[in-house]
Design a protein around this ligand. Structure first.
Ligand SMILES: [Zn+2]
Length: 210
């Protein structure tokens, strides 16, 4: 399971561990905060994974860090991110004999990023089977168990699965606590509100002014 420290991948980790033994894989890319890495470690430990591997990719930068704009894509866009991440995940799957690679992309991701669409993953799966005898023989699949869900639906599912949401991380800024202003924090707030779930990271829920 590709584990970022966020709610979506944490939920996939818990969904998958209910079915089979799991290894977690985290990519520590450029400017990933220590706090987010800590979240990934805490989630992997809580889920009792067989191994949590952390791959360092210090040169892999987001569009905002590259100082470039990519048409219609947010500043968090990383050129060919999922080609890179899932190729490394496939290498890990070949090494360990895993028969599935699980990613936590949700519905809004595929609407934004071409490399988070079912079409892309189907094509990549074919390429991996062509490029690796082991993956081809094992018919190693790329699965996106929350790919049809909204973030609010994922929050509800996380609660049902007992995901330690207090250990997840959503903020895009590098602070030691959530800033509650950035895109990541806004999406988190919105999802918890729509799911009617109290966010354990907020001791006091914001009052809505009517
Ligand atoms: Zn934030």
């Amino acid at each position: 399971v590709l584990l970022s420290g966020g709610i979506d991948s944490a939920t996939c980790l818990y969904l998958t561990k209910a079915e089979c033994r799991v290894r977690a894989l985290t990519f520590q890319y450029y400017r990933m905060s220590q706090r987010e890495l800590w979240s990934a470690r805490a989630l992997a430990e809580a889920a009792g994974v067989r191994e949590h591997r952390i791959v360092r990719l210090p040169d892999l930068k987001e569009a905002g860090d590259l100082g470039r704009r990519f048409d219609g894509l947010p500043s968090t866009y990383v050129p060919l991110r999922n080609s890179v991440f899932y190729s490394l995940a496939a290498s890990y799957a070949e090494e360990t004999g895993a028969d599935r690679i699980v990613g936590g992309h949700i519905r809004s991701d595929r609407e934004t990023f071409a490399d988070a669409t079912p079409k892309f993953f189907t094509a990549l799966e074919k390429a991996l089977w062509t490029g690796s005898k082991v993956l081809g023989q094992n018919r190693t699949r790329i699965l996106l168990p929350v790919g049809e869900k909204s973030k609010a639906e994922v929050v509800k599912l996380a609660v049902a699965l007992g995901v330690p949401l207090e250990s997840t991380w959503s903020c895009h800024r590098g602070g030691s606590t959530h800033c509650w202003n950035c895109e990541g924090c806004s999406a988190r707030t919105d999802a918890f509100e729509k799911a009617w779930v109290a966010d354990p990271l907020r001791k006091v829920r914001p009052q809505k002014i009517t």
